[in-house]
Design a protein around this ligand. Structure first.
Ligand code: HEM
Length: 443
């Protein structure tokens, strides 16, 4: 125990003091020409150096003259050896005058970064980029709200799918329970629908447009070109594989070898689904990305295991199979829940410390407030869970094998209530998580 505490203290010390925390989103470090530059001759290209490598994003840099005429020519490209530097060529022999550069990049964590700068060729007046673009740099409020709701629904779907582990590890009798299976299919359908919605919303989100732009083919193509869009497609493919696998994996009387093969494939596809979330959020903005992405995978995996198990346990307590030993089911789950909660708390702490620019962020920003609310949510969940554990330790009456109405003991009733409250609280904390992922860590 002492060793575990010492290890934890060392880990937290290293995370807080030893390593550079993640920056917020991608930033523009410099540009050529610089903002406000006055040049004697027209440049042949405009380039921008960013704080992270976002790849080549077509249409991400546009240069216009004072009449709004586009003067760049050719695609966005990498003009040098630096992966973080991108640029666009200009039309030859540009006349003297003022030019405005508009850029819009989608950072690795899927958030848009937009802005402008200006330069002058010759003796013309210098336009300042301030004001000209202020209305175009935000995101649309309706798109923001729908995107956050969709993210929350995706989390609920992942949790429902996580119930598969409960059926495999804690309640083998539930494999043939139609309601238990249906929960898994709803989960997979919900994640798939939310993924399609996320894909069509990303274009308007990144471009600062409204909901009417969700079917704009140009924006859909833009989303497809960036890593985020590709990862969403990977999520859909992994979900399709998992959905095809489900009835095979849950078939009763499956030979052991085949069952373990199906279980391995289910684990790999489940891992891919989780990875598409971790690889498209704030964890990728950590300079030591491996730490945050791994912590996020552990965090979300443990949540799916725990909250998915809670939903299935609630169903099992209300409709046990004939002769089902509820104590055995609840005891098996109780062990998994204890391990998962420890993993959630530790990985959540690692994530918060890596993603927040400083410890002070915890009490001075909206991001910090949301993290504190999540910690409070977990503390209340643990309080309710301790009631469940007490009921399980006392033992629960098995469901009668002859189909007669089960005698609902006071302990089963208490456990039902406690598990029901835990499920509801988890849904609320998932909503806090969805809000957290769209909130800039520094603000
Ligand atoms: C000690 C308690 C917890 C802390 C400190 C914590 C902290 C965090 C942090 C910092 C993130 C990363 C957010 C981002 O990407 O911007 C995160 C993600 C998340 N958390 Fe927690 N969390 C805690 C408990 C929970 C609980 C109890 C749940 C669910 C019932 C939960 C659900 C999630 C989900 C779904 C994500 C998003 C994963 C993803 O999109 O990859 N967290 N959490």
């Amino acid at each position: 125990m002492k060793r575990a505490l010492a290890l934890l203290a060392f880990l937290l010390g290293w995370l807080v003091l030893g390593a550079t925390p993640a920056s917020a989103h991608v930033e523009v470090l410099s540009s050529t020409p610089g903002d406000g530059a006055r040049l004697s001759a027209a440049p042949s290209l405009v380039s921008i150096t960013l704080s992270e490598n976002v790849g080549i994003q077509p249409g991400s840099i546009k240069v216009v003259d004072l009449t709004g005429r586009q003067v760049d020519s050719g695609p966005v490209f990498q003009p040098g050896d630096v992966a973080e530097q991108v640029g666009v060529r200009l039309q030859p022999d540009l006349p003297d005058g003022s030019y405005l550069v508009e850029y819009a990049f989608v950072s690795a964590d899927s958030h848009p970064v937009r802005g402008t700068f200006a330069f002058v060729v010759g003796t013309g007046p210098l336009v300042t980029s301030a004001g000209a673009v202020s209305a175009a740099t935000g995101t649309d409020a309706a798109v923001d709200a729908v995107s956050t709701t969709v993210r929350w629904l995706a989390y609920v779907g992942v949790v429902l799918l996580g119930g598969l582990a409960f059926l495999v590890l804690c309640r083998p009798a539930g494999r043939t329970d139609r309601r238990a299976r249906r929960l898994l299919y709803w989960g997979s359908g919900l994640v798939a629908a939310a993924t399609v919605a996320t894909f069509v919303l990303q274009g308007p989100y990144a471009a600062g447009r409204g909901l009417e732009a969700v079917f704009d083919t140009g924006l859909l193509a833009d989303t497809l070109r960036v890593a985020y869009g590709k990862l969403l497609l990977l999520r859909l493919a992994a979900l399709a594989a998992l959905t095809v696998l489900l009835p095979r994996l849950l078939r009763p009387g499956l030979p052991d070898r085949l069952r373990s093969r199906y279980e391995n494939v289910a684990m790999v596809t489940g891992f891919l689904v989780l990875l598409t979330f971790s690889a498209t959020g704030h964890p990728v903005s950590d300079p030591i990305m491996f730490v945050s992405v791994t912590a996020d995978l552990v965090h979300f995996g443990a949540i799916a295991l725990w909250a998915g198990g809670l939903v299935q346990l609630a169903l099992c307590l209300h409709r046990p199979a004939d002769g089902e030993d509820l104590t055995a089911v609840a005891t098996r789950f109780s062990r998994i829940a204890a391990g998962s909660v420890t993993a959630i708390a530790l990985s959540g702490a690692v994530l918060a410390l890596r993603i927040m620019p400083s410890l002070e962020t915890l009490w001075t920003t909206k991001f910090g407030l949301l993290v504190l609310l999540k910690i409070a949510g977990l503390a209340i969940l643990l309080l309710v869970a301790s009631r469940s554990r007490r009921a399980v330790r006392r033992g629960l009456a098995p469901a009668p094998a002859d189909g007669a109405t089960a005698v609902v003991t006071a302990d089963v009733r208490k456990l039902r209530l406690a598990v029901g409250v835990e499920v509801l609280l988890s849904v609320v904390v998932l909503a806090l998580a969805a809000l957290l992922t769209v909130t800039p860590p520094g603000g």
